[in-house]
Design a protein around this ligand. Structure first.
Ligand SMILES: [Zn+2]
Length: 125
C-alpha cells in the first residue's frame, strides 16, 4: 500500500497531491505560507535614521495640526515600507518617545512649512 503523499507541516494533515497541500496551506495557514515564499519588505528592520526622520516629520505634522492624515504624509518618505509597517512603528514606545522629544525640543516646527526639512538627515550613516 503506497503511503506517498504530502503532509502539512503546520497541522500534520495528509494530502494525496502537492497541489492539494498547497491549496490547504493557502486557505488554512496563509500567513505561514506567505512567510515560506518570501520575507515581506515590511519585516525588514527599521534603522534609527528612518525612525528619526519619520518621528521628526510626524512631530512637525502634529504641530501643524495635521493629525488625521499623518500616515498618508509619511508613506511617500519610505517607498519600501507599507502603511501597516508605519503603523507598527507608531505603536512602539521607542517611537512615541522620539515624537515627544521632537515635539518638545523643537517648538519652531510650529512655523516650519518646508517639507524638504528631511534633507538635514541625508548625511552618510
Ligand atoms: Zn495544515
Amino acid at each position: 500500500m503506497a503511503t506517498a503523499g504530502f503532509i502539512c507541516k503546520f497541522c500534520s494533515k495528509w494530502f494525496k497531491t502537492k497541489r492539494g497541500l498547497g491549496v490547504h496551506k493557502q486557505s488554512q495557514h496563509l500567513a505561514e505560507y506567505e512567510n515560506e515564499i518570501e520575507v515581506p519588505k515590511a519585516k525588514t528592520r527599521w534603522t534609527h535614521e528612518e525612525l528619526d526622520i519619520m518621528a521628526m516629520h510626524e512631530a512637525q505634522l502634529i504641530s501643524q495640526g495635521k493629525t488625521t492624515e499623518i500616515n498618508t504624509e509619511l508613506l511617500p518618505l519610505f517607498p519600501s515600507r507599507t502603511r501597516e509597517a508605519i503603523k507598527g512603528q507608531q505603536r512602539l514606545q521607542k517611537y512615541k518617545d522620539l515624537i515627544a522629544e521632537y515635539t518638545v525640543s523643537n517648538p519652531m516646527f510650529a512655523s516650519l512649512t518646508d517639507p524638504t526639512v528631511a534633507c538635514f538627515f541625508e548625511e552618510d550613516p
